[in-house]
Design a protein around this ligand. Structure first.
Ligand SMILES: [Zn+2]
Length: 421
């Protein structure tokens, strides 16, 4: 009896100390860069509650409630969580996701994405139907990792399975997702979006190796894109050539999954069209460098080729177009973001433009500008804590100490730096 009373008193005391709605976490002491266009805040405080940002400001403006777990971040820099707008759920760890232990999946996701500050990743084609399962397991909180968005199976032209996907398809044991007619494309787009996928991906120009480039029939591209756009879902395109780009944009595609270095610099007309039609571009410059180096190209050729991509990014950014950061990780075994950051900076983007490509640009483009991309009260607490400031050197965006998604750590560089009371 006495024990029962004691327990009730203790529980009552605990309830008083931590009423419902008590602040879950305080990040203290850091320089906060709330958004690319906002003034940084020194010796800042961010209060997190229920997965959202409760308050942000200077330490002398914001009181940390007693008992709130604190993450000491003196000397560090906080920015909003990053988006990787081009990656792939490909390879061994993402096969048969339903049967994989949660801890194993979380470890892979932490190493490949959390470690580099990504709180949202967009899978731009995977095979075998595992993407919706992984999405769901993460969304349910069962697997710890970045939020996954996915287009699932891509749409290839008839007789246009890209040469580099043939082995992936074989390994996944699935038929090539070629699409023969507009009607077939429309039906599959409806089916995939009904499954809960987040967009579609068109190969309007598919690379067939020695057989050149196979273009998608324009009516097929338009039919697939039309289904997605009617539902406000993005339409990604892999165009390869200028003609592939025209088919994509005419059909309604609104994100180019890559720049097009093989096609030379973009002239003002191409850039103006992308801006006018609101077409975003994912540069994937480091991926192109890896690919051309793999072909043993001489350094001058590598530089010119990657330079074309850099020119395209700089021209689009200069004209007010939308750049979305993405690495093509999963297709290339390169998860470290440092090289992509270096190439973007060397191409002429300043650190604010690069931060925008990681945060506000994708959040706004994908319709979540009021929820993500900025550190402001009410926004989802997707946050990255950096060891050094990107204001001097943009590669600091790869110097990640902690990544928090909805207030929960999905990566911490030092195990002993977890929040403490
Ligand atoms: Zn890709």
């Amino acid at each position: 009896m006495r024990t029962g009373i004691l327990l009730a008193v203790l529980l009552g005391a605990l309830a008083c100390a931590a009423p419902a709605g008590a602040t879950d976490l305080a990040i203290v002491g850091a320089r906060i860069i709330p958004a690319p266009d906002a003034e940084p805040i020194d010796d800042g405080v961010i209060l997190v509650d229920g997965g959202r940002i409760e308050a942000v400001g200077r330490a002398d403006e914001i009181a940390v409630p007693d008992g709130t777990p604190r993450l000491e971040a003196g000397g560090q820099v906080v920015v909003a969580g990053f988006w990787n707008s081009h990656m792939h759920l490909l390879g061994e760890p993402y096969r048969d996701v339903a049967g994989q232990p949660a801890g194993q999946l979380a470890a892979v996701l932490q190493e490949q994405y959390g470690r580099w500050g990504f709180t949202t990743v967009f899978d731009l084609a995977s095979f075998g139907g595992d993407a919706p399962v992984l999405k769901q397991r993460i969304a349910a909180g069962e697997v710890r990792g970045p939020r996954v968005l996915s287009v699932g199976m891509p749409f290839f032209p008839l007789d246009g399975t890209p040469v580099y996907t043939r082995q992936l398809l074989e390994e996944a044991g699935v038929a090539s997702p070629e699409v023969a007619t507009a009607e077939e494309g429309r039906a599959r787009a409806i089916r995939q979006l009904d499954e809960g996928l987040d967009g579609v991906k068109l190969f309007t120009g598919a690379i067939l190796g020695r057989d050149g480039v196979k273009l998608m029939d324009a009516p097929v591209a338009a039919a697939v894109a039309g289904v997605a756009r009617a539902r406000d879902k993005p339409v990604f395109a892999h165009p390869t050539t200028v003609r592939g780009m025209e088919i994509a944009i005419d059909g309604g595609a609104n994100v180019l999954a890559h720049t097009a270095p093989a096609d030379g610099p973009w002239d003002d007309g191409v850039v103006a069209r992308l801006v006018r039609d609101g077409v975003a571009v994912v540069p994937t410059l480091a991926m192109f460098e890896i690919e051309i180096q793999r072909e043993q190209a001489p350094p001058a050729v590598v530089e010119r080729f990657v330079g074309n991509g850099q020119q395209q990014v700089a021209a689009l950014a200069g004209a007010g177009g939308t750049i979305l950061f993405g690495t093509d990780a999963g297709y290339v075994e390169a998860f470290d973001t440092t090289r992509e950051l270096q190439l973007l900076a060397a191409g002429g983007l300043d650190w604010r433009q690069i931060l925008a490509s990681l945060t506000t640009a994708p959040a706004g483009f994908f319709g979540e500008g009021s929820q993500r991309g900025r550190i402001e009260p009410g926004a989802v607490a997707d946050l990255v804590i950096l060891g050094t400031s990107p204001e001097q050197d943009a590669t600091a965006f790869a110097d990640v100490v902690h990544t928090l998604r909805a207030g929960e750590p999905i990566y911490s560089r030092e195990a002993d730096a977890e929040p403490s009371r």
